[in-house]
Write a protein that binds this ligand. Structure first.
Ligand SMILES: Cc1cc2nc3c(=O)[nH]c(=O)nc-3n(C[C@H](O)[C@H](O)[C@H](O)COP(=O)(O)O)c2cc1C
Length: 356
């Protein structure tokens, strides 16, 4: 059994040593630990947290954002830690090394991270047989697979088509990620014409697969971009929009690493990601499910995002600062908050701060 209090205490004891390690090395050791440490079953989620999005049943609405488990090695362990869903990837068709190291930077005073990894991953072929096995170990947890394009690809749309064909049979849902700032030119796929072409090609490649397709966008968008994305996503029957990836902007930061190039995540992204969620809610009028991500660290943050229109939330950076028990304790706390506010389900709370 995964004991929340003792694990939280252990993490607090170990944190000074973990933070002395170079960030990517610490991450590698964490993945290795999750692959080998014995873990009990997932904590039982309070029924008030159960929710259905895009036809999928989630035991709780708190998910692990992609980037933590790039190669799909530990989605089952993430569910056992209390996440309701785990999104693995970004996986590109071919393995690629990513940018030169160091390329992940902790901004401790800001509770933030800057990364310029550049889609380092071992490729889709490597992940396929492993994910086939993982599917059987997910219990009630939902498996998302996030796909991208290789940096040196001369036909990026073809890479997403390959990704859809390779990964859709293994996924509960598939995410088309066009919002990483670390693959030059990738975000241009968010432009209306390019996006329509990309999504039409992906939807065709899905064939008879029943997996819903989600689209993950950047927070650095103008109002006109938001309208275009909502229009194209609706036309192409995208099942949910994930808002958002990391930002290339730099709000007020205090840490020494603030001038590193890359995408910023964690606490300083919170206000921007929340604002973009509200913008997408307004532009879509609640017609397309939204998933909130960026700077979420507490149950209060999660509920704020849900009330602003998110059906589900995800996090990554907060786990670096708060430790492996974050999902389980947030889920417990979120159930209490929902009940205290008189909600009998997540669905009832979605958009409740904008609909009044
Ligand atoms: C080290 C690192 C690697 C990431 N890699 C990916 C990735 O491969 N694909 C992706 O869609 N998002 C990636 N992200 C973005 C996260 O999924 C998430 O959108 C972002 O970090 C904001 O959430 P947070 O503030 O809770 O971390 C990465 C984030 C970090 C910190």
């Amino acid at each position: 059994m995964f004991k929340c209090h003792s694990a939280a205490m252990l993490y607090n004891l170990a944190k000074p040593f973990i933070f002395k390690l170079e960030a990517e090395r610490a991450h590698g050791l964490t993945i290795a630990g999750l692959k080998t440490l014995p873990m009990g079953p997932a904590p039982k989620a309070d029924p008030v947290l159960a929710t259905t999005v895009a036809g999928l049943d989630f035991p709780n609405p708190i998910g692990m954002a992609p980037g933590f488990d790039k190669n799909g090695e530990v989605p089952d362990a993430l569910i056992r830690m209390g996440f309701g869903f785990a999104e693995v990837g970004t996986l590109t068709p071919r393995a690629q090394a990513g940018n030169p190291k160091p390329r992940i930077f902790r901004l401790v005073e800001d509770k933030a991270v800057i990364n310029r990894l550049g889609f380092n991953n071992r490729g889709q072929d490597d992940a396929m047989s492993r994910l086939e096995r993982m599917r059987g170990r997910m219990g009630k947890g939902v498996l998302g697979i996030n796909i991208g394009a290789n940096k040196d690809s001369d036909d990026r749309i073809a890479d997403y088509v390959t990704g859809a064909k390779n990964m859709a049979p293994l996924a509960d849902y598939l995410t088309v990620n066009i919002s990483s700032p670390n693959t030059p030119g990738l975000r241009a796929l968010q432009d209306k014409g390019a996006l329509a072409e990309l999504l039409a090609a992906v939807m065709q490649a899905m064939g008879t697969s029943k997996a819903p397709v989600f689209l993950k966008v950047a927070p650095d968008l103008e109002p006109a971009d938001i309208d275009d994305i909502v229009e194209v996503a609706t036309e192409q029957k995208i099942a949910a929009l994930i808002i958002s990836n990391t930002t290339i902007t730099r709000p007020d930061l205090r840490s020494a690493n603030q001038s590193e190039t890359g995408g910023l995540s964690g606490a300083p992204l919170k206000d921007l990601a929340l604002q973009r969620l509200k913008d997408f809610r307004k532009a879509s009028g609640g017609r397309i499910p939204l998933i909130g991500v960026g700077g979420i660290a507490t149950a209060e943050d999660a509920l704020e995002r849900i009330r602003a229109g998110a059906c589900l939330v995800q996090l990554y950076s907060a786990m670096i600062y708060e430790g492996p028990t974050i999902a389980a304790s947030m889920a417990r706390q979120l159930a209490k908050l929902l009940k205290a506010e008189g909600f009998t389900s997540i669905a009832e709370a979605v958009g409740s701060s904008v609909d009044k």
